[in-house]
Design a protein around this ligand. Structure first.
Ligand code: GLN
Length: 608
């Protein structure tokens, strides 16, 4: 097993995760099996209890792990299925060590950060690196480990110490270290400054880790003198200094790195059996070119409540972008604060109210994403009502589907004050109720989480989008569900529950309204499995409906172009066509992702 540690310098939020995933993509395209571990040095056991405002969206894995959204980047870039243990937090490591201490495993010894915590980190990394993450089910050959935060952070110290020891444990030829740093470019002179990088590398060396590669993030391409300077002052050869400047698309990052001979470097440094097979990278280039070329736009209103931080809806936005590219449209996303759509805002915040309604009315499609708690739910219900009665394409994700159920109950079934018990525990008509087995006072990890299989109960649009399969696997994260005792009343009025859980058989997994151009809701979060070349079927259907292309797409048997071409055609592609099948249910071979739109766009607001 070869290990590549990726640490960060100067500031966080410069796209270290994207650079790490891009390196993984490059190696994967050279025929190497790659896995990834993300280390978050905070004390939380996992990301499950985070407010989306803290760290952005909580990403959910097949095994139900609630993890940092960076794991989403790795899954999308590497087309891998990661496990909860691929995300290490200080909390997890301490919990593990303390449990061992309670069991008496340390035989009465004093338990200390070094060696007990550092040993636990090394053991964890070695164990998890071996777990297969792709369909071949073979042990990975390279493990990329991203250390969150920046070098010098107090929380990161035990991890840095663990890796200092680890490089000797696994031997130099199996371990290398990439340091991702920033070249600020003060506007006064416009010059790229290498001093912060020098300091950061000095700090890294002071802790016993020497960089093999220094990746410099910058606004514009790295200047040659700056490269030379970093090389001189940081004690590495010029070929070990790589530049990643802001570019139009994150799909360009792997290409940019490979242009600087990254795969050759690793082949030599780690003795990797690299095959020259670059087809995946050319697909990336084609995707980036396509994204730059597309002219027409599709305007989607995302009616949410964590609207101040786009990362709160990271996977939803990416799934929309994947679908928009497939539909040959630029995504024009308007994020609407749901609360501003509520009636009382007319008086309390008239500007916000009218602006929100204007944005909603101007959108081609309305998406209500997942969420928790009461705030903003009435606004979401108002948005659903508008989309339903104005025949605008609507997609409800998890809470969004639940709110669609509440809206229909109130306005079509005459069940006044129908509600979810999450919003109103004493609702007269509780059309959405809590799932008894998931009600627990402990908030961490107690929801219905991870991959669940649903079975289609009826012929419906959603089933067609999933290529007419009988059952689908998607990821879940919820505590409430549709109350089965009301289902009959809904279905009598053409509001159908089209899919149910395969195990319990009473969990309503999808809704669809008859006679509406596109009114679909799902209890799951299909966005977690969307890929750039393999958009999630409900999202793709929704975006196509929003730009008036859905019917043609269905008539062509779910093909995107009249001649049945796939998303992108690359002549040198040796992979099977399955790579590009849109709407296939089980994740097949794909590549890529996107995620540093922010990195690519150089968006400073993204610094987390
Ligand atoms: N709050 C809702 C529930 O727990 C929806 C959750 C979600 O949207 N992820 O069921």
């Amino acid at each position: 097993m070869k290990y590549i540690l990726v640490s960060g310098g100067v500031i966080s939020g410069i796209g270290k995760g994207i650079i790490a995933s891009s390196i993984g993509t490059i190696l994967k395209s050279c025929g190497v099996r790659v896995t990834a571990i993300k280390i978050d040095p905070y004390l939380n056991i996992d990301a499950g209890t985070f407010s989306p405002y803290e760290h952005g969206e909580v990403f959910v894995l097949d095994d139900g792990g609630e993890v940092d959204l960076d794991l989403g980047n790795y899954e999308r870039f590497l087309n891998a299925k990661l496990h909860r243990d691929n995300n290490i937090t200080t909390g997890k490591i301490y919990q593990h060590v303390i449990n061992k201490e309670r069991r008496g495993d340390y035989l009465g010894k004093t338990v200390q950060v070094v060696p007990h915590i550092s040993d636990a980190i090394m053991e964890w990394v070695e164990r998890v690196a071996k777990i297969p993450v792709d369909e071949s089910n073979n042990t990975p050959e390279v493990c990329i480990i991203e250390l969150g935060g920046t070098i010098g952070d107090i929380e990161g110290m035990p991890f840095v110490e663990a890796f200092r020891q680890f490089q000797f444990k696994v031997k130099q030829e199996n371990f290398c270290n990439i340091h991702v740093s920033l070249l600020p470019q003060p506007s006064a002179t416009g010059e790229q400054k290498s001093k912060p990088t020098q300091h950061s590398v000095r700090a890294l060396r002071g802790l016993g880790l020497s960089p093999d590669l220094i990746v410099c993030r910058s606004r514009s391409p790295m200047e040659d003198e700056v490269k030379q300077k970093v090389s001189n002052f940081c004690h590495v050869g010029p070929s070990q200094v790589l530049g990643v400047h802001d570019c139009t698309s994150i799909y360009r990052v792997p290409i940019l790195l490979e242009e600087q001979n990254v795969s050759q470097y690793f082949a030599k440094r780690l003795g990797l059996p690299i095959k020259a097979r670059k087809s995946t990278l050319s697909k990336w280039r084609a995707l980036a070119d396509k994204q730059d070329r597309v002219h027409g736009k599709v305007t989607i209103a995302l009616v949410g409540k964590y609207t101040k931080l786009e990362d709160s809806y990271a996977s939803v936005i990416k799934a929309l972008k994947h679908s928009a590219i497939a539909a040959n449209r630029k995504l024009d996303l308007t994020i609407i604060e749901a609360q501003n759509l509520e009636d009382n805002m007319k008086i309390e915040n008239p500007v916000g109210y009218y602006e929100a309604w204007k944005m909603l009315c101007c959108a081609d499609g309305v998406l209500v994403p997942g969420g928790f708690g009461n705030r903003g739910t009435e606004g979401k219900i108002a948005a659903v009502h508008w989309a339903r009665t104005h025949r605008k394409p609507f997609l409800g994700i998890c809470l969004g589907m639940q709110m669609a159920v509440v809206e229909f109950a109130r306005n079509e079934l005459g069940l006044k004050d129908a509600n979810s018990t999450e919003n109103c525990p004493t609702a007269e008509y509780p059309v959405v109720i809590d799932m008894p087995e998931h009600t627990n006072m402990d908030m961490g990890g107690t929801q219905r989480l991870g991959k669940r299989t649903s079975v289609f109960k009826k012929e419906c649009l959603l089933k067609k989008l999933y290529k007419n399969v009988d059952q689908i696997d998607e990821r879940h994260r919820h505590r409430y569900e549709v109350n089965p005792s009301f289902v009959h009343q809904f279905e009598e009025r053409g509001f159908n529950f089209t899919a149910q859980d395969i195990e319990e058989g009473i969990r309503m997994e999808a809704i669809e309204l008859e006679g509406h151009p596109f009114f679909v809701g799902v209890q799951s979060h299909p966005e977690f499995k969307s890929r750039p070349l393999h958009p999630s079927p409900p999202y793709l259907g929704f975006v196509l409906a929003s730009c008036g292309k859905l019917q043609a797409f269905l008539q062509r048997g779910c093909r995107l172009s009249p001649r049945g071409e796939h998303l992108l055609s690359t002549t040198e592609d040796s992979d099977s066509e399955a790579d590009y099948e849109v709407g296939s249910v089980m994740a097949k071979k794909t590549s890529s992702d996107e995620s540093v739109d922010r990195l690519a766009a150089g968006d400073a607001s993204v610094q987390r």
